[in-house]
Design a protein around this ligand. Structure first.
Ligand code: FAD
Length: 287
């Protein structure tokens, strides 16, 4: 099903997984999707890694298993730095043959050997994928993209991306919902009218939180730091604090009428279950 059709009907609930890395098999990754689907998500997105992990080949395979095996809508990510038109054409053919109708069009991060070939920004890739008949999402950044000098410039670029044909947006993770509400207002003033789905990542440990915040430039509110201080060195307590905090975040987002909630599950079904239960309790999810 096209995600634009889902979002036209209701507030969405969805998960992100990453394809298998290292020793994890495609079967094991498909099992994670099956367990996440017990929470009846509207879709599951599958990341794309153009880096050294070499797992980008498996994005479409996992998407196929989600669509055909589990019977849920799949959203396949795709980055364009370092790819030529013919690389993108080959990926699109794989999506079509896997029955995948939705793609998240991304530029990807700069890295040595990954220079722009035919596409410099996501806004170059989006019309290309629309012409291929796909429903196309884009990324957005409530606190601004790390490389961009100002929120205003980043919003200008986002407007270009939306005007290039983006059907919906998914946000970078954020830990302070007020950042998202301010961003939503700025989008509204800029006449960015497509649905904006909130990406929420429960932190699972102090180290993981530090790494994520550094990589994507998300700020960490003092109340998050205090909870981690209270958890001390206890790894299980850090994980529980992160999941509890994410559940509070999603309840507040639900109460504030967001278009959708997308959980960065990190391939951990227990995270999916906890957030599902929090959203079911507050009436965001239908029975
Ligand atoms: P763009 O929209 O192209 O923007 C990149 C930068 O260029 C921004 O600073 C923007 O302000 C600026 N810019 C845009 N247009 C112009 C212009 N015309 N002129 C000047 N400057 C411009 N990465 C992966 O490798 N794999 C994944 O699966 C993946 N999934 C993601 C999912 C989500 C929901 C998000 C939020 C990010 C994801 N990323 C992923 C990370 C993403 O690839 C990086 O954040 C990347 O640095 C930017 O990608 P983008 O598509 O937002 O880029």
């Amino acid at each position: 099903m096209r995600i634009s059709d889902i979002l036209a009907r209701r507030q969405s609930f969805s998960f992100e997984i990453f394809p298998p890395k290292g020793d994890m098999s495609v079967d094991q990754a498909a099992q994670v999707s099956t367990e996440l689907c017990e929470n009846h998500p509207d879709w599951i997105s599958v990341t794309f890694s153009a880096g050294g992990s070499g797992n980008s080949e498996r994005t479409a395979d996992i998407g196929r298993r989600i669509e055909r095996g589990v019977g849920t809508t799949a959203l396949a990510h795709l980055t364009c730095l370092g790819s030529s038109r013919s690389d993108i054409d080959a990926y699109v053919r794989r999506l079509h043959s896997a029955g995948i109708e939705n793609v998240l069009a991304l530029r990807g991060d700069h890295a040595p050997g990954r220079e722009a070939i035919d596409f410099t920004y996501a806004s170059d890739l989006i019309p290309y994928l629309k012409d291929a008949g796909l429903c196309v999402g884009g990324a957005c950044y409530p606190e601004g993209h790390v490389e961009c000098e100002s929120l205003e410039a980043d919003l200008e670029h986002l407007k270009l991306k939306v005007d290039a044909g983006t059907d919906f947006l998914v946000t970078q993770l954020f830990f302070d919902n007020e950042d998202f509400y301010r961003f939503r207002e700025r989008c509204d003033r800029k006449r960015i009218k497509v649905p904006i789905v909130c990406g929420i990542m429960p932190f699972t440990s102090t180290r993981q939180l530090q790494r994520m915040a550094f990589n994507c430039g998300a700020s960490i509110p003092a109340r998050v730091v205090k909870r981690l201080v209270a958890a001390g060195d206890d790894v299980r307590a850090q994980f529980d604090a992160g999941v509890r905090y994410a559940c509070e975040q999603v309840r507040d987002l639900a109460a504030n009428g967001v278009d959708g909630i997308h959980i960065y599950s990190m391939n951990r079904p227990e995270i999916g279950r906890a957030v599902h239960d929090a959203l079911a309790d507050c009436g965001y999810l239908r029975a």
